[in-house]
Design a protein around this ligand. Structure first.
Ligand code: 9MR
Length: 577
């Protein structure tokens, strides 16, 4: 299988910020430096220079050279880069490049909502659909969901929330990190100088039914999931009260495409887990501090849930979701919850100031450990960095020296990602080895960029901003496949992501994923049969196919789009760069 990868000159197909870094990668047989020419939309040569030979790139197994045209800063549209007889896809130079991406990436969540009719007047008729999983035939509903056999003797109303990804499951640990990232996108507007006061994330910035309610729309969207997460908590008086059910999904896997309202499978609650409980504790604590100005009663409800969940997790510290529980839904298994404890304690302390939580933060070995892995600073299974990032950015009463130490741990991690970028011919903050290109690799890459963005917010040192921008270059086409992984963004973009809702590839009457949907990305382990058949032997960066059948390389997911939303919002704030 030989994918059509278009011109051998690989650029960010969306474009470059006027004052930002401007790098491209050329696939070539040549081993000596080559001349390059930057041409304006009118075809005039506006800059030129020599490439830098880079030898064989490990991630792609290609011989490549790089171009640095950062010195050219003039805004315009339709620029192209010509090297070695090849001309790149066109791109812009503009400070407004990413303005719409902030809303596009957040708008994805409304299209994923469960338990509410999706209004075509808001996001386009092709996305209109009746409410899913409210108990209307053939749905068996999320309004009265029993536990799996033998797990509990009650049922819960767990309506609402977002469908996790291309499936109809709802999983607390993944809902947790996705909600955290939306709330963090908002919270950054209060803590980062470049965030411009949050107007771009205020009320009526998204197309939501709640727009116009004087609450920032990103908080309205996050609340849709928070209300679901709160419903997953075991009620008082029941065994394991205060713990949180790990997940709710279909008894058996369903096929594609399938609209939520057409899902006939029985829905089941799976057992509570310590990880799910601590995810609720963490995001409910964030909820308490962020919604207080808008809805005191809701903030208080979150506060109570956070406190009771944390206490329940301490009383039941080792109830793990098993890897084997993957029939009808994903496992989201985790047998190490020390990081979830650290994150939840940090969020609870930041919100309440209660010293007992601080003792759990400083008492955790993770508090002084390097928690930022090269292959992904954080993810649904490893959340220590979320606590560390918030301790560094959310105002708190830690002694100055301790604050400095924490902030230095962020910039040290960012420095390591910059070193990685320098070593990669495609300029991404991601090692070139197969073990970096895992299921959802794009989200790990974006999460590394978020550490870079946070380091910039803390230090205002442009090198960190430039690192985050280079991660975006990879996402938008500066990669081995010459492919933008965000629907609707870039000349050649992912559009056939694995989704039961956005099933256009299988049924033309159904929509494609909406603009701003991030694909999972290259996965060298080829964990679905379609990719395994087609891509056997692929170099890591080639282990991706834009086909709806490839769930292990090309799904959409809430925790991936939440990462994109944070980065998009950061990038949109850097227009003056
Ligand atoms: O994102 C998850 C990835 O880290 C795991 O390796 C993979 C296999 O367990 O599962 C991914 O999550 C999927 C979940 O299990 C079910 N809904 C779709 C998710 C995205 O593919």
């Amino acid at each position: 299988y030989e994918p059509d990868t278009g011109p051998r000159v690989r650029v960010n197909q969306v474009g470059y910020l006027p004052g930002g870094p401007k790098h491209a990668t050329v696939v070539t047989e040549a081993t000596d430096a080559l001349p390059w020419q930057l041409k304006s939309g009118g075809g005039a040569v506006v800059a030129s220079g020599q490439t830098t030979p880079r030898g064989t790139d490990a991630a792609s197994a290609q011989n490549v050279q790089t171009v640095d045209f950062s010195a050219y800063r003039k805004p315009g549209t339709g620029y192209t880069l010509t090297v070695d007889g090849e001309t790149s896809h066109p791109f812009d130079i503009s400070g407004a490049l990413y303005d719409r991406l902030r809303a596009d990436s957040l708008q994805f969540f409304y299209a994923q909502r469960s338990g509410i009719a999706i209004d075509g007047d808001l996001i386009g008729e092709e996305y209109a659909r009746p409410a899913g999983h409210l108990g209307v035939e053939p749905n068996q509903g999320d309004t009265d969901v029993p536990c799996q056999a033998g797990v509990c003797d009650y049922s819960l109303d767990v309506r609402g929330g977002w469908y996790d990804a291309g499936d109809h499951g709802k999983y607390v640990v993944n809902g947790g990190i996705a909600t955290y990232q939306l709330l963090s996108t908002f919270e950054r507007t209060k803590t980062a100088e470049t965030a411009g006061g949050g107007a771009a994330l205020g009320d009526s910035t998204l197309r939501l039914p709640e727009r116009g309610n004087d609450v920032p729309d990103v908080l309205d969207e996050a609340r849709w999931e928070l209300e679901f997460l709160l419903r997953m908590q075991v009620p008082a008086g029941k065994p394991l009260a205060g713990m949180v059910h790990h997940k709710i999904h279909d008894r058996n896997w369903t096929g594609l495409p399938l609209q939520p309202q057409d899902d006939p499978q029985p829905r089941e609650l799976h057992p509570p887990s310590t990880a799910a409980t601590l995810n609720l504790a963490a995001v409910a604590a964030q909820c308490q501090r962020l919604y207080a100005p808008y809805d005191a009663a809701f903030a208080a409800r979150c506060g109570t849930a956070a406190k009771t969940a944390y206490a329940a997790a301490k009383a039941n510290p080792a109830i793990y979701a098993p890897a084997s529980d993957s029939t009808g839904g994903g496992a989201y298994d985790d047998t190490n919850v020390s990081d979830e404890f650290y994150w939840a304690a940090a969020e609870l302390w930041l919100t309440t100031g209660d010293k007992a939580y601080l003792a759990d933060v400083t008492g955790s070995p993770l508090h002084t450990a390097d928690v930022f892995a090269p292959n992904g600073a954080f993810g649904w299974q490893s959340v220590a960095a979320l606590g560390r990032l918030d301790l560094a950015t959310v105002p708190n009463t830690l002694p100055a020296a301790e604050k400095t130490r924490i902030r230095e741990s962020i910039t040290a991690a960012a420095d390591s990602y910059l070193a990685t970028i320098a070593g990669q011919a495609y300029g991404l903050p991601f090692p070139g080895s197969a073990d970096a290109y895992v299921w959802g690799s794009n989200s790990n890459l974006v999460n590394n960029a978020i550490v870079l963005g946070t380091a910039f917010d803390l230090s205002r040192d442009a090198k960190y901003r430039d690192g985050a921008v280079q991660a975006a270059d990879y996402l938008f086409g500066r990669n081995a496949l010459n492919m933008s992984y965000v629907t609707g963004w870039g000349e050649q973009h992912a559009r056939n992501q694995h989704s039961r809702i956005f099933g256009h590839q299988l049924n033309p009457d159904l929509p494609r994923p909406p603009a701003g949907s991030l694909a999972g990305g290259p996965n060298a382990a080829l964990q679905d049969p379609f990719a395994a058949n087609l891509l056997a032997g692929c170099a890591p960066m080639f282990c991706y196919v834009d086909d709806i059948n490839s769930y292990a390389t090309n799904e959409v997911a809430i925790n991936w789009n939440s990462a994109l939303a944070w980065l998009a919002s950061f990038l949109a704030d850097q227009g003056d760069a």
